[in-house]
Write a protein that binds this ligand. Sequence first.
Ligand SMILES: *Cc1c(COP(=O)(O)O)cnc(C)c1O
Length: 353
Amino acid sequence: MINVTKTFLPPQVEYQEILKRAWSTGWMTNRGVLVKQLESDLKDVLSVTNIIAMTNGTLPLQIAIKALKLKGEIITTPFSYVATTSSIVWEGCTPVYVDIHPEYLTIDETKIEAAITPNTSAILATHVFGNPCNIDVIQTIADKYGLKVIYDAAHCFGVTYKGKSIFEYGDVSTCSFHATKLFHTGEGGALFCKPEYYNDMFYHHNFGHDGPEAFQGLGINAKMSEPQAAMGLAVLPYIEEIMQTRNSAVELYDELLKYSAVKKLKIRENTIWNNSYYPIIFNSEEELLQVQKSMNLQNIYPRRYFYPSLNCLPYINGDDCKISESISARILCLPLWACMERNTILQISKFLI
Ligand SMILES: *Cc1c(COP(=O)(O)O)cnc(C)c1O
């Protein structure tokens, strides 16, 4: 069976070697040596100023909304994974959808101002598939109206924009280290923020604890555990290989699908992309369903990332987003993973040429 992705697994002995350090301390969570080392290694690898490792990539979004004390309406993208919207709703705010750019697939920054009301408190946008939003324009709008900016950068491990880690932009950025993502800890994630927010975010992710007996406000438990960090530390030495082999796989797809009718993602200028996904856009949903069906018959399972458009979720009363709804119905992510075999890519591409 060929799935949309395959989790990169380091040699098991290497994972076990790292776990021995947790055994020797008898310390399984509460920011042990492994979590601290993972944070420090990631700071170096990603060139970021600060990071808080967390237990998944959703809680950092909710913590960001909570800690920045956002209220009322949050302007967001309809084209993302459901966690982008559910975090807003879970925190008692109202998502206001702004349609996406038809080629970059990120929020259309030219339509943001029209959606701002006196109740708007923030913009929460996704660098979807690792493709940066128009960060400069979004920041200018946020400054003009006094809004906070959060980026759901779940797909962005290793992406740089204008020579800087993409996690360095906005008030807060979040990443997911879920097993389906480029870099993973099984379940896991991280929050990156401006230095002035660091302490507050940190307290929020650990029940508000400031030492064993003092509390700095409300918190939740979003701590990463030692076994999770061990997985990250075992995967990290392979990150170059993961990035390079994904890049080769994407180049091969590009070459094979050069004359195909499907459209591909347009990567924003000044970006070093991470080849995190291989989305293709069909001319119609019928074509997509037909290709998906023939692939499934051969045990190939691409995924409809992201469907449905989030403004159409059953618990959302959103306005229409014509472009996002149309793209969502026609976009399919082809199987892609690190060290993917050339033959597998050939086999998959045959359905499209
Ligand atoms: C994967 C993902 C998340 C959630 O991350 P988890 O680690 O699974 O909680 C959030 N946003 C986007 C865009 C994602 O793809």
